[in-house]
Design a protein around this ligand. Structure first.
Ligand code: TRP
Length: 429
């Protein structure tokens, strides 16, 4: 199973360029049978750029609704909000403490800000927050916490993935084991970059975007305002290099595209070409727009979906993995001495399984922690062997779903049981 992970910063309203360049290919990729996909709303990252609380909230809802409307299935992929996974922030600190400051000094986004300051005769770091500087570390935490193999990103993000490898590798080296998988950037070569209204790359920073879910009339008006040359109807037009044509191509089949190329050669008027472009886009967007609007009208539903995703993901990966990382760096239960290094294991504090036979003549077991607190209780078995087999399985459990069997009843938060099982494994070597 290949784990594919990507984040979307919640700082704006999704536009056609985001849809064609990121949302549509990612949703197609998420349907691959051999991939486990992680898509998340990078709201902590948005705070680096946006200090407008209402905008962060609105953008988070808009982006979540966009991905869902475009066909993302939260039962098949992990779909969550970064700030709902506190383990990301905790790992961010662990990685901060292994990341080289020099590597961060060389990050493109930071360097570009410094260069701008120098050009303006300002102090190097004028107006630059530590958040901007540390951005690549938080991004590494996003990626490394889930041991992602592949990270689809734009070219501008490749350096960040290299840093994630660097920080992950340093951590592995310092703490003596391959805790982290080293991720690889995936750059989609054949995904189109769309031109915006003025012909430059469609981007919020150029203020030249067409919002994906603009109401029909507004979408039509925006498309009519795309800059073209002044060739009159009847004059042959060059398809290659035309922004109207490029946009059309991003939505059309190859036959439709061939037809449009012919129409350009035959001198289609810009007004007609734009009308056809509008209709082609609307054919793809209209059904999604309906779903989008209904989600936007029910924010509590989107909220519940995101929370549910984060809850399941924490239980399955984040919480037990972070418990392991805390052990690795030395944030440990003081009463528990790791067997490593030859120190004696304090048996009194170790959790233990107790097997017994009850008055109903059936065989049971329970798990107690070092203080004797009851962590889990089994159902009755016909033989001690069956009970023992399940204990064997439980001893290997590293994730919450390994504890999801009707044969046991977990009586405390699952994380506590996982930590106890981890201690047992460590003690037993
Ligand atoms: N920095 C990415 C961007 O601006 C968003 C992002 C945050 C991300 N965390 C990530 C992308 C982790 C991939 C993996 O596009």
């Amino acid at each position: 199973m290949t784990r594919v992970l990507t984040g979307i910063t919640t700082s704006g309203t999704p536009h056609l360029g985001n849809y064609v360049g990121a949302v549509r290919p990612a949703i197609a990729a998420s349907r691959a049978p051999d991939a486990e996909s992680f898509y998340f709303l990078a709201d902590l990252h948005s705070l680096v750029k946006v200090q407008d609380a209402a905008r962060v909230q609105r953008s988070t809802l808009e982006i979540a609704a966009t991905w869902l409307a475009a066909g993302l299935d939260p039962d098949k992929v992990w779909f969550y909000r970064q700030s709902d996974i506190p383990e990301i922030s905790e790992l961010n600190w662990f990685l901060t403490c292994v990341a080289g400051k020099g590597a961060l000094n060389r990050a493109h986004a930071y360097k570009a800000s410094v260069d701008r300051n120098r050009a303006e005769g300002e102090d190097d770091d004028s107006g630059i927050t530590a958040g901007l500087f540390m951005y690549p570390v938080l991004m590494s935490a996003d990626i490394l916490l889930f041991n992602a193999h592949k990270v689809p990103v734009g070219r501008d993000q490749v350096q960040h993935i290299e840093m994630a490898r660097d920080f992950g590798q340093r951590f592995n080296h310092l703490f003596g084991r391959d805790y982290f998988t080293l991720p690889e950037a995936v750059i989609e070569e054949n995904v189109a970059t769309l031109p915006g209204l003025d012909g430059r790359k469609m981007s919020k920073s150029y203020d030249n975007t067409i919002p994906l879910f603009a109401p029909r009339q507004e979408m039509r008006k925006l498309i009519a305002s795309i800059v073209t040359d002044s060739r009159a109807p009847g004059e042959a037009k060059e398809a290659e290099g035309s922004h109207v044509f490029q946009l059309y191509q991003a939505f059309a089949s190859s036959e439709e595209t061939a037809g449009m190329r012919q129409a350009f050669a035959d001198g289609i008027g810009w007004g007609d070409a734009k009308q056809q472009l509008f209709e082609r886009i609307d054919a793809e967007v209209a059904p999604m727009r309906e779903r989008y609007e209904s989600l936007m009208a029910r924010p509590a539903e989107v909220e519940a979906m995101l929370r549910d995703g984060a809850r399941r993901l924490r239980a399955k990966y984040a919480t037990p993995f972070l418990a392991e990382l805390r052990q690795a760096v030395g944030l440990r239960d003081l009463s528990f001495q790791a067997a490593a290094g030859g120190e004696a294991v304090d048996k009194v504090t170790l959790p233990s399984f107790k097997q017994y036979r009850d008055t109903d003549k059936r065989f049971y077991f329970k798990l107690l922690d070092g203080e004797g607190e009851l962590l889990l209780q089994s159902a009755g078995f016909d033989s001690p062997k069956e009970a023992g087999q399940l204990i064997g399985v439980l001893k290997l459990a590293e994730s919450a779903n390994a504890l999801e069997t009707p044969a046991i009843n977990v009586l405390v938060p699952v994380e506590k049981v996982l930590v106890a099982l981890g201690h047992l494994r460590q003690a037993e070597g």
